[in-house]
Design a protein around this ligand. Structure first.
Ligand SMILES: NC(=O)c1ccc[n+]([C@@H]2O[C@H](COP(=O)([O-])OP(=O)(O)OC[C@H]3O[C@@H](n4cnc5c(N)ncnc54)[C@H](OP(=O)(O)O)[C@@H]3O)[C@@H](O)[C@H]2O)c1
Length: 415
């Protein structure tokens, strides 16, 4: 049965509205399913409260205390895009210590005014390396080609800015840290250029990492259900416009996705590689190994599929473990894990979904069960996480917070 165009339009508007509202309420995120017995009741992650709490934690470390009274000149390149918009909102909501926020864009948006809640109206500046270098820290939310061309020039030398890059340009370079703060935040001390992981990897690792710690792991198999916004603002626009066209009886056009996405699923994200996997799938393999410090041949396999949702990626994850798995213990481990919200009560139909994960800082994890394939030595589960937040903007801002706390981001002396 086809939905009417107005029904879908209403749903899309509601989804966007609920995204904004739930993002605002992140400090008390326990959602409508929180009454379920096995739904998370743990306090939020030390990373998830606003930056003021991070500052309190930091005050116990001598390297951090100087940071407490400081605030920083922060730049965002690509703040008109899907990830950049979220970075700006995370900085505002998490009370990142910003003395000045500068927004850089291309000729398309330079000169326009961007309203912000905390910092007033900001004029978008045409990107220029010299201007970006004046900042203390710059968040890049642009293409990999752009990052390859400019990131190192922005951070070069003592007077350059720290750069936190959302693209894949530097993720696989051994000397560049690839960081999920809850897993390997200490790596941020090693470089002024930090790579943020692929969204699919970051979301999955929030659950995989605590389970590795508890039960060990021999292999990971992942299947994904990825939202249109993984392809940025143009991906969201193509899904929304195409859905309207379809519902009016027309044939949706596609330029961002290989085929029309409305009412379809597409088993291809990014380019095919020689081994038959796509680059998106290989990113999960390469990045899981690097972030978790696993062997170069550790078996991780992924099948990545684009689905017609606007936001939040979901994943089926199967782990073969070294130790026998007790599901109650696994639930406890995940309930206590930072950045995770356990939503796992089949009796009450409580499980992770994009509609509830959207706008949340925590990744939802549920459907925990022993694997029929691996028996006692295997666990299967489902995760949904907001990839624009956990898989991009939030992770980048958490990296920034970590670097303020450990003194890696320094306030430049002003003349
Ligand atoms: N979408 C996701 O779920 C996701 C998740 C993780 C990582 N990432 C990565 O994050 C990066 C940004 O992705 P996105 O989804 O936010 O893309 P997007 O929505 O297409 O936004 C791209 C941004 O890049 C800016 N830009 C393009 N050319 C520029 C130039 N020459 N100078 C300055 N700014 C320029 C655009 O600004 P103008 O409007 O001024 O042109 C726009 O704000 C990509 O590397 C992507 O792979 C995305």
């Amino acid at each position: 049965m086809r939905l009417s165009a107005s029904a879908v339009g209403t749903f899309l508007v509601l989804a966007a509205t609920s995204t904004f509202q739930s993002a605002q309420a992140f400090t008390a995120v326990r959602g409508p399913l929180s009454t379920a017995a096995t739904t998370s009741s743990a306090p939020s992650s030390p990373f998830l409260p606003t930056f003021s709490r991070v500052r309190q934690q930091a005050s116990s470390s001598s390297s951090s205390t100087t940071s407490l009274s400081m605030s920083f000149s922060v730049g965002i390149v690509g703040a008109t895009g899907a990830v950049g918009k979220e970075i700006r909102q995370c900085l505002e909501k998490r009370e990142f210590p910003v003395s000045q926020l500068r927004i850089f864009g291309s000729e398309r948006s330079a000169g326009k005014t961007m309203p912000t809640e905390k910092y007033g109206d900001i004029e978008v500046e045409l990107f220029d390396v010299a201007k970006a270098r004046e900042c203390d820290v710059v968040f890049l939310a642009v293409s990999g080609d752009f990052a390859l061309e400019h990131a190192e020039a922005i951070c070069k030398g003592d007077d350059g800015a720290v750069v936190i890059d959302n693209s894949s340009a530097f993720r696989y370079k051994p000397e560049i840290p690839l960081v999920v703060p809850e897993i390997n935040g200490k790596e941020t001390k090693k470089s002024k250029l930090i790579a943020n992981p692929n969204c699919t990897t970051a979301i999955g690792l929030m659950a995989i990492w605590p389970l590795i710690q508890k039960f060990g792991c021999k292999r990971v198999i992942m299947s994904t259900y990825q939202a249109a916004s993984g392809a940025g603002q143009p991906g969201m626009d193509e899904l929304q416009d195409g859905t309207r066209v379809y519902l009016e009886g027309g044939t949706p056009e596609n330029s961002i996705f290989a085929y029309p996405l409305p009412f379809n699923v597409i088993p291809q994200i990014d380019k095919f590689q020689e081994n038959g996997y796509t680059k998106e799938e290989m990113k999960v393999t390469w990045e899981t190994r690097k972030i978790c410090g696993l062997a170069d041949d550790f078996p991780v396999s992924c099948s990545a599929v684009r689905i017609p949702t606007i936001r939040a990626h979901s994943e089926v994850i199967i782990m073969e473990t070294e130790k026998p798995v007790d599901i109650k213990e696994a639930q406890k481990v995940l309930d206590e894990a930072p950045g995770v919200k356990l939503v796992d009560n089949p009796d009450e139909l409580a499980y992770p979904m994009p509609i509830t994960a959207t706008g949340q800082y925590d990744v939802e994890v549920g459907r925990l069960r022993k694997s029929l394939v691996f028996g006692d030595y295997g666990i299967e589960f489902f995760v949904s996480g907001d990839q624009l937040l956990r898989g991009a903007a939030l992770n980048a801002v958490l990296v920034g917070e970590e670097m303020v706390s450990n003194g890696s981001i320094k306030e430049k002396a002003t003349a």
